[in-house]
Design a protein. Structure first.
Length: 256
């Protein structure tokens, strides 16, 4: 929820470009609201500030991630909402230990199965194919992840519900057959870092937290490379392979 700026004390000027107090983290084009927009992100001792286009300035408090709208606060345009859900939301989530991946996901009986990869690699299509094969869609385009101590990781769905994350698959090359290979060590960490959303907004402290998160996630959740033929009749085959991978890592038995 966005709180009025006056509800929490701050020493910095409401001008996002306060050069003596803030450090520029990012200034450039960002894909927001279905188009490229100029975006700015500054880091202050007690907050981040973000602005997209000529929309309102959002403050994201540190360390708790509280979001406040600075002047102009009355802007309820689609662009303002996109900025709130996008850059401001990314920072707010990250300060609470929740990081985002470019991902679609399916719900298997043993937990969520995330599909990551560059745009156009087939993430949404794979979730469609598994939905047709009996595994419902869990998320599309963006996945919010949180580590639950040493017990594992969860996918946050909406504001209050979550699902256990069972595995992550990097959609890779087109091949004649469906095949997977487990990624480990730096290869697995690099894969997660490359598919993370909004890291250009992170100051040094958040970048360290994000790298640590990726390392912990690799230790808790198996990550695979998935090569597969680009056909629409492979849903059941992919489901069988995912079940076999789960058996190999000792995940509990799952049914159709």
């Amino acid at each position: 929820m966005v709180a009025p700026a006056g509800e929490r004390e701050r020493s910095a000027s409401p001008d996002i470009y306060a050069p003596l107090a803030g450090r520029a983290v990012f200034s450039g084009s960002a894909w927001v609201g279905g188009q490229w927009q100029q975006a700015e992100c500054l880091e202050f001792p007690d907050e981040y500030r973000v602005q997209v286009g000529l929309g309102p300035i959002f403050s994201v408090g540190r360390p708790g991630g509280e979001v406040a709208c600075l002047e102009p606060c009355a802007d309820d345009s689609p662009l303002a909402q996109e900025a709130l859900d996008g850059p401001a939301g990314i920072l707010s989530n990250a300060l609470r230990g929740v990081f985002r991946l470019h991902s679609s996901a399916s719900y298997a009986p043993h937990g969520g199965i995330a599909f990551i990869g560059p745009s156009g690699r087939g993430k949404s299509t794979m979730a469609d194919l598994l939905e047709a094969a009996g595994w419902p869609r869990l998320a599309d385009d963006i996945l919010r992840l949180h580590i639950d101590g040493a017990s594992g990781a969860s996918v946050l769905v909406g504001a209050e519900t979550s699902s256990r994350l069972a595995a992550i698959y990097l959609l890779a090359d087109e091949t004649a057959t469906v095949q997977s290979r487990r990624l480990r060590g730096i290869e697995a960490v690099r894969t997660l870092v490359e598919q993370s959303i909004g890291t250009r907004l992170f100051g040094s402290g958040l970048l360290r937290a994000h790298f640590e998160f990726c390392g912990q996630l690799c230790a808790l959740v198996p990550i695979y490379r998935l090569d597969y033929p680009r056909r629409r009749d492979i849903g059941a085959t992919v489901r069988t392979l995912i079940r076999a991978d789960a058996d190999l890592v000792g995940d509990h038995a799952i049914a159709d």
